[in-house]
Design a protein around this ligand. Structure first.
Ligand code: CO8
Length: 257
């Protein structure tokens, strides 16, 4: 029996996803990407899932898009199959996604991380974009997202000269939010997800949307957008529940409305 490419497990309000192609260092094939997107959509649509955690295996989060898939597909077939759109569909998820990284996060694997919201790294995590060494360029968002995260010079060095970042460098440069002890990336990501899950779900969705808008919008438009979302959340029952709980020193119960 063939192993599933994606393992999924719900733990309370957290939807956990494990990329499960360890013998190929989690190289992202078309079926694997399709399953990943379907699982994320399923969790995103479930009102009881408040955060999603994605992790890989011990040696790799994901060593890139499957080079076999790339080699076998002509340019037009690759384009019309929507291969690179899988990363956009992951980035479109409204529920916060926390990625836990051990080992390699290369090429499309790093682009997958950048479509997530929070990246937690084990000390052995390695981040790189080897595409130009293969005669191609990053095609799932890295030239845009990496530049916004790391700035021009370091992004250029990674894309053009194949520079890899260690976990410490990635954390110093703001790609990663924290480095854990060895073997604790997943449990730390779950703990972060747990804290997110306790917050108001409507507020979480709106805050994520506002934060992501800062990548796309000029400052004044972004601030207006934030103000609109803020007014919308202020009209929610969750806001009432949160403020009443604070006043009565109890835990708020949020319903996402
Ligand atoms: N695709 C397919 N198989 C892979 C990949 C990959 N990206 N990476 C590793 N594997 C496979 C290897 O072929 C090998 O399989 P097998 O045992 O059957 O030969 C197995 O994983 C283990 O790999 P290695 O034996 O090579 O392990 P090492 O420890 O010696 O090396 C490395 C680890 C350094 C990670 C090495 O495997 C490597 O360099 N891998 C390729 C990394 C790479 O180039 N990634 C970028 C791919 S291109 C990309 O991601 C573009 C995204 C753009 C998407 C949008 C397009 C439209």
């Amino acid at each position: 029996m063939t192993e599933p490419l994606i393992l999924k497990q719900k733990q309370g309000c957290i939807g956990q996803i494990t990329l499960n192609r360890p013998q190929k260092l989690n190289a992202l094939s078309l079926p694997m990407l399709a399953e990943l997107v379907a699982t994320i959509r399923e969790y995103d649509a479930a009102t009881d899932v408040r955060a999603i955690v994605i992790c890989g295996q011990a040696r790799a989060f994901a060593a890139g898009a499957d080079v076999g898939t790339l080699a076998q597909s002509g340019a037009i077939a690759l384009y019309t199959s929507g291969f690179s759109e899988h990363w956009d569909q992951i980035a479109a998820c409204q529920t916060p996604i926390i990625a836990a990284v051990q080992g390699y996060a290369l090429g499309g694997g790093l682009e997958l991380l950048m479509a997530c919201d929070i990246i937690i790294a084990a000390p052995d995590a390695v981040f790189g974009l080897p595409e130009t060494t293969l005669g191609i360029i990053p095609g799932a968002g890295a030239t845009q997202r990496l530049t916004r995260t790391l700035g021009k010079s370091l992004a250029m060095e990674m894309v053009l000269a194949g520079r890899r970042l260690t976990a410490t460098e990635a954390c110093t440069q703001g790609l990663v939010s924290q480095i854990t002890q060895a073997g604790e990336a997943v449990s730390t990501a779950m703990a972060v997800a747990e804290r997110i899950a306790q917050a108001g779900p409507l507020a979480t969705h709106m805050a994520k949307a506002a934060l992501l808008a800062s990548y796309d919008m000029p400052l004044t438009a972004g601030i207006k957008y934030e103000r609109t979302l803020s007014a919308l959340v202020a009209a929610s029952e969750d806001r009432q529940a949160g403020l009443s709980a604070l006043a009565s020193k109890t835990r708020p119960i949020f319903h996402g409305r």
